[in-house]
Design a protein around this ligand. Structure first.
Ligand code: 5GP
Ligand code: ZN
Length: 140
């Protein structure tokens, strides 16, 4: 897609530090890494977000994430790996081409705000009602 920075990376118009590629996906280093080894996995066919991406591409990304996470574990010995994926401006998605972040975590690294939320018990009635709404929408 024209004017999509990640499509330009796929087409070779913009360089990247590639770590993995197959028929459906490309994985490369984030140029503003939260941590060393911060990697993005993207579908080769443009899709903006989780609502648009075809199942086959989504599956390919998750299978690739497993391979890359294993390689990260071997190469970087992290204490954990955070997987993050944002959909829409309201979720702070900045690049509008679906991408799955893999962020290796190490002892003493600053907390990732999204992985360090405070655990406060919710309102059980509200939780139940919301679950019912989502479950019902699945059958629409
Ligand atoms: P988002 O907030 O949309 O999930 O994250 C977009 C990510 O893409 C950011 O972490 C940002 O650093 C990364 N990014 C933006 N432009 C480029 C680029 O041209 N090359 C690479 N490798 N990463 C980029
Ligand atoms: Zn694109």
């Amino acid at each position: 897609m024209e004017d999509c920075i990640f499509c330009k990376i796929i087409n070779g118009e913009i360089p990247c530090f590639k770590v993995y590629e197959d028929d459906r996906v490309l994985a490369f280093e984030d140029i503003n890494p939260i941590a060393p080894g911060h990697t993005l996995i993207i579908p080769k066919n443009h899709a903006e977000n989780l609502f648009e991406i075809p199942d086959e591409d989504l599956a390919a990304i998750h299978l690739a994430s497993k391979k890359i996470a294993r390689a990260m574990k071997k190469a970087l010995a992290p204490t954990g790996i955070a997987c993050l994926q944002l959909n829409g401006k309201g979720a702070n998605q900045v690049v509008m081409h679906y991408h799955f972040h893999l962020v290796p975590r190490h002892e003493g690294a600053p907390e990732l705000p999204i992985t360090a939320w405070e655990l406060k018990p919710g309102d059980m009635q509200q939780i139940e009602e919301t679950a019912k709404k989502i479950a019902a929408a699945l059958n629409d």
